[in-house]
Design a protein around this ligand. Structure first.
Ligand code: PLP
Length: 367
């Protein structure tokens, strides 16, 4: 079965084979060598000199880690500002609430990016210690401009604001220069543009974020950034990691380095351009304005009212698993009398040729 869903994505055979290696002890020199190589590869990918911590959880674990390590609970007067422009950014805000934090939300409609000037204005109005946003909203296929946002919030960052960015569906597919942008926590999952099996995640952590964590009680254990850092500095993890994932990760980081991140971003951009053109040629519309469209996933407005469940079933017979839209969002859109959406992912190790083959098959079933 070929996965054309927005994660997990297809994983190459050579990566899968890495996972079949016999396990090694996680307190051995062999493990430390493996982990040291991974650390370097992740720094290259995240374009940072900060630590890039590894958790053998999915990306949502680092959502919680960011909140629990960088903010006090609601007994304090401080608040977290969440930009919400889709399903995942909304979920992260919910995670903050569940951690007992005071949360304010600024809403940008479905299909809209995060607006830097609105964020800056809002940050000036409240006692915010942290600002959280999703770079690439997988539910809507919209990417926000981190450079302009970074500039707009610079004065707040200098005053101590922690800026946390979810790059779950963009890292490895879209350029994110963590250090140039001054992102304190940039978190990502393995199963999207990094084309690895699900079950492992990463977060770059700035010195400022570590300093903040030192002031916070009750950071928990599993997602305590200081605990992770203590062992990271010794090329280890605090507890037994999923060693098969780490073998796969090392292999993929070597391949990413051999391809070169710039080439990887160009490859994703070419696939996106091809896919967007296909959408228009086939009489559908892009869900958002083209300038906001992501290079890893295209969200399509089902403007022709095609029965997507039918199409999905027919594609399954051809060994393709496709996406027929983010369910919760489609429900809201349909309650509002609007067209529903479906998403065409183009991330990971795919090439334009793979998109051509896939979209040719889809065209036969969809029109
Ligand atoms: C933008 C975004 N953030 C967070 C998540 C949650 O990540 P995970 O499933 O790795 O916990 C997803 C999952 O699709 C996502 O697309």
């Amino acid at each position: 079965m070929k996965l054309f869903i927005p994660g997990p994505v297809q994983v190459r055979e050579d990566i899968l084979r890495e996972m079949a290696r016999p396990p090694i002890g996680h307190r051995t020199p062999e493990f430390r060598k493996l982990f040291a190589e991974i650390k370097e590869g992740l720094k290259y990918l995240f374009q940072t000199q900060n630590d890039v911590l590894v958790s053998t959880s999915s990306g949502s674990g680092f959502w919680e880690a960011a909140i629990r390590n960088c903010t006090h609970n609601q007994k304090s007067s401080e608040k977290i500002l969440h930009a919400v422009n889709g399903a995942f950014s909304r979920k992260w805000a919910d995670v903050s609430r569940r951690c007992g934090r005071q949360v304010d939300i600024i809403e940008f409609g479905f299909g809209q990016p995060v607006d830097p000037s609105i964020v800056a204005k809002k940050l000036g109005e409240g006692n915010y210690s942290m600002f959280c946003m999703v770079h690439n909203e997988t539910s809507t296929g919209v990417v926000s401009n981190l450079k302009v946002i970074s500039e707009a919030i610079e004065q707040f960052k200098e005053a101590g604001l922690i800026w946390a960015v979810d790059a779950v569906s963009s890292i490895g597919g879209i350029d994110i220069k963590v250090d140039d942008l001054g992102i304190d926590i940039c978190l990502a999952s393995s199963q999207k543009a990094m084309a690895l099996p699900p079950g492992i995640s990463f977060a770059s952590v700035s010195r400022k974020a570590y300093e903040r964590a030192k002031t916070i009680d009750c950071r928990g254990y599993y997602f305590d950034l200081l605990e992770l850092k203590k062992m990271y500095d010794k090329d280890m993890t605090p507890y037994t990691p999923s060693i098969p994932h780490l073998y796969a990760l090392r292999r993929q980081l070597q391949c990413i380095s051999a391809e070169g991140i710039e080439n990887r971003f160009v490859r994703h951009s070419e696939m996106a351009t091809y896919t967007r053109a296909w959408v228009i040629e086939n009489g559908f519309s892009l869900f958002s304005q083209e300038e906001f469209c992501s290079d890893t996933i295209t969200c399509v407005e089902n403007s022709k009212g095609t029965d997507l469940t039918e199409v999905k079933n027919r594609m399954l017979e051809k060994e393709y698993l496709i996406d027929i839209g983010y369910r919760a969002m489609n429900k809201i859109l349909s309650d509002e009398g609007k067209n529903q959406t479906f998403r065409l992912p183009h991330m990971g190790d795919l090439e334009t040729q793979d998109m051509e083959t896939f979209l040719l098959t889809l065209k036969k079933e969809i029109t």
